[in-house]
Design a protein around this ligand. Structure first.
Ligand code: SF4
Length: 339
């Protein structure tokens, strides 16, 4: 056993062989409060604290090995896992002062999106549910207030590790624990349609974000190899099913890459793909990274593309790029340690 995070109170009692069942609930409550030392769990008897401290089960299995904070408030952590692999997670704050944890689901990623640093790291392994929850716990320690939102937009493809992602969500959502509303949890995918179907079938009413990036099969397959398995028509069918079951508007993430996907025909294709879907497009100017061959769009290029979207009636928002000075793009910080 590497960690108690992601376990329910009864699972903790069982894992530790506790004679008094209520002590599992006490330990669970401490974990939700971010307490990761047995000795700090002060409502446990001293003898139990001492015996747990000298035992083989730690409260958390990972440790923070790097903290990088940006002037805009973004804070990125590199975590060393029990097997010395490194993942990253990010604390974001918005204008309303709310905090969001951006969590990773895998070490590296097999999807190979051309614009993503994590894609160049290849897949090492899936994260266990406890390793996902631990990211949240480490981030909460950095946040001046309670984290209220979670997005699975860090390293990895959540749909390729959906069982562990759903188990972590169960822990994060528990009203007797961290109590993060499902409506404030977003699962992102590069377009794994079978995973979207599984998420629909699970009945867990989280929000969905799809990294679209191009709205023709030719361009999307070039930038996102997943499109060769799940073409736009297959993806669209899954999205329609998701919307029918969840009655939720979802988001298309659209990373803006000059010379690739922000011409007027790209806007027209995007408008066509959005038609009859309850969707909002989140435009994300490409965050430059020395390991990738793309550059950020200039202000004028962003304006031209958004004017086209205005003309075509596509609803969109523009995400302000945060964390540029802290190796902010997905996979950049962990990539430093892998290198
Ligand atoms: S964008 Fe997401 S799915 Fe694509 S390579 Fe990066 S981490 Fe993987």
């Amino acid at each position: 056993m590497h960690s108690l995070c992601a376990l329910s109170p009864s699972e903790i009692s069982q894992a530790l062989g506790l004679e008094k069942q209520y002590q599992g609930r006490q330990i669970y409550t401490w974990i939700c409060r971010g307490v990761t030392s047995w000795q700090d769990m002060t409502d446990l008897p001293l003898a139990l604290r001492n015996s747990l401290s000298s035992g083989s089960v730690p409260v958390v299995s990972s440790s923070v090995i790097d903290v990088q904070t940006d002037s805009d408030g973004a804070c990125k952590l590199a975590l060393s896992l029990h097997d010395s692999n490194v993942v990253e997670c990010v604390l974001l704050t918005d204008r309303e002062g709310e905090f969001t944890a951006c969590l990773s689901s895998q070490v590296g990623c097999a999807m190979g999106c051309a614009f993503c640093r994590t894609g160049t790291l290849k897949l090492t392994r899936n994260l266990e549910a406890f390793e996902i929850v631990e990211q949240f716990i480490h981030l909460q320690k950095q946040a001046p207030a309670r984290i209220t939102h979670v997005v699975f937009m860090g390293m990895g493809e959540p749909m390729a590790n959906l069982d562990n992602v759903l188990k972590a969500i169960e822990f994060l959502h528990d009203p007797k624990g961290l109590n993060i509303s499902h409506r404030r949890i977003t699962v992102s995918t590069c377009g794994v349609a079978s995973g979207i179907d599984r998420l629909s079938d699970s009945g867990v009413p989280v929000k969905l974000a799809v990294s679209l990036v191009a709205a023709t099969d030719e361009k999307r397959s070039a930038l996102m190899p997943v499109n060769r398995t799940f073409s736009l028509s297959v993806l669209r069918a899954s999205l329609v099913r998701f919307q029918q079951r969840n009655s939720r508007r979802f988001t298309f993430e659209y990373c803006m890459i000059p010379g690739e996907n922000i011409s007027p025909p790209d806007a027209t294709a995007l408008a066509g793909f959005c038609r009859n879907l309850e969707v909002i497009v989140n435009l994300i100017p490409f965050n430059p990274c020395p390991e990738l061959p793309f550059k950020s769009p200039a202000k004028q290029e962003i304006r031209s593309f958004t004017s086209e979207l205005d003309r075509l009636g596509v609803p969109y928002t523009i995400r302000i790029s945060r964390g540029r000075t802290i190796r902010g793009a997905c996979g950049q910080l962990a990539g430093k340690y892998k290198a």
